[in-house]
Design a protein around this ligand. Structure first.
Ligand code: DAH
Length: 341
């Protein structure tokens, strides 16, 4: 028992005069596997039952006490170090923050999504979210894209290995199906999101890009409504009365289908490098929802009609900001991004 008291006494003295490194050594010496206290506890079987109890409890108390003393000393030493450090630190509140702590801002693609979305909201559309991982049904089948269609090819689509038909969506159109499955008409919604195509990058292609899908379904919706909404969108978004051209096209999920070209605002339609001398630039695909798509979601195609459209966001951002290479949008070069602060 005297030994234990002596140990406590000795350890306390050492702890109170130690620095951080010495504390670690003290810890090992008094609490470690080869410490005297551990040794006492290990050889306790040698004593009588009564002594065993006393010695055991004293030795354990000593351990807890020394542990606490070490902890307290460590905290006070750390506080001292921090205080010393703070004494030497100066904070100049009058200094403004320059690089690298410049003001943050939205990426031009996100900014474009926001600006486009807000125009569509002002035209009465709700915004919904889709999912980036889809299956064959949503991405193709329900959209009237049959087996064997080139878009389903491995060369165009990223399939997720070892899964049953899962893929990265190649367009935002599958969100049309999700929405119609959940909601009865009338529907008037846009869905912005990221899409993936298995293709090599060049100045106008990227394997990842963004689209905004639009869908409106109700009784008596016509191509005239589609024309009105998209013309309004272009006029509000680009802030001028650019000429708009509807060109017949083909998409599996719309009939009739069209693509929209807008007058090149760089050359006002006279022809330049940006519009490849055509005076017009293609910005989106659209059309009247195909009856087979309505069938896939159990909508009565005799009762309802609808229009849909899909707009490439990067293309709009490039047109709006005069960017001539899509890769600039994904390289995250600060010299490029700072222009959008
Ligand atoms: N999903 C088409 C694409 O990625 C774009 C598109 C065209 C969407 C016509 C539509 C539409 O909703 O009606 O190329």
């Amino acid at each position: 028992m005297n030994d234990i008291e002596q140990i406590i006494d000795e350890a306390s003295k050492k702890i109170s005069s130690s620095n951080i490194t010495e504390l670690e050594i003290i810890k090992i010496k008094y609490l470690g596997k080869n410490s005297i206290l551990t040794h006492i506890l290990k050889s306790i079987y040698r004593y009588s039952t009564e002594d065993r109890k006393k010695i055991g409890s004293q030795a354990n108390k000593a351990k807890v006490f020394i542990e606490n003393e070490i902890k307290k000393r460590k905290e006070s030493l750390e506080k001292f170090v921090i205080n010393e450090k703070l004494k030497n630190e100066k904070l100049d509140c009058s200094q403004s923050l320059y690089f690298p702590f410049t003001k943050g801002s939205f990426h031009p693609v996100i900014k474009t999504v926001e600006d486009m979305t807000s125009v569509f909201r002002s035209l009465g559309f709700f915004t919904a979210e889709g999912c980036e991982i889809e299956n064959d049904w949503y991405n193709f089948e329900a959209l009237n894209i049959p087996k064997g269609h080139p878009a389903r090819d491995f060369q165009d689509t990223f399939y997720i290995e070892n899964t049953d038909n899962l893929l990265l969506r190649t367009h935002t159109s599958p969100s049309q199906i999700h929405i119609m499955e959940k909601q009865k008409p009338p529907v008037k919604v846009i869905v912005p999101g990221r899409v993936y195509r298995n293709e090599n990058s060049d100045a106008s292609h990227s394997s990842t890009f963004h689209q905004i899908e639009g869908l409106a379904v109700d009784k008596g919706v016509t191509f005239k409504d589609l024309k009105y909404i998209l013309t309004e969108f272009v006029n509000i978004f680009f802030g001028s009365n650019l000429k708009i051209r509807f060109r017949p096209s083909h998409f599996q999920f719309t009939e009739p289908s069209a693509e929209i070209d807008i007058q090149c605002f760089s050359c006002c339609g006279n022809g330049c490098r940006l519009c490849k001398n055509s005076g017009f630039i293609e910005i989106l695909g659209c059309g009247m929802v195909h009856p087979n798509v309505f069938k896939a979601v159990n909508y009565d195609y005799e009762k309802y009609t609808g229009y849909a459209f899909g707009i490439g966001v990067e293309r709009i951002a490039m047109l709006k900001y005069g960017i001539d290479d899509i890769r600039l949008l994904y390289e995250n070069d600060l010299r490029f991004l700072r222009q959008f602060l």
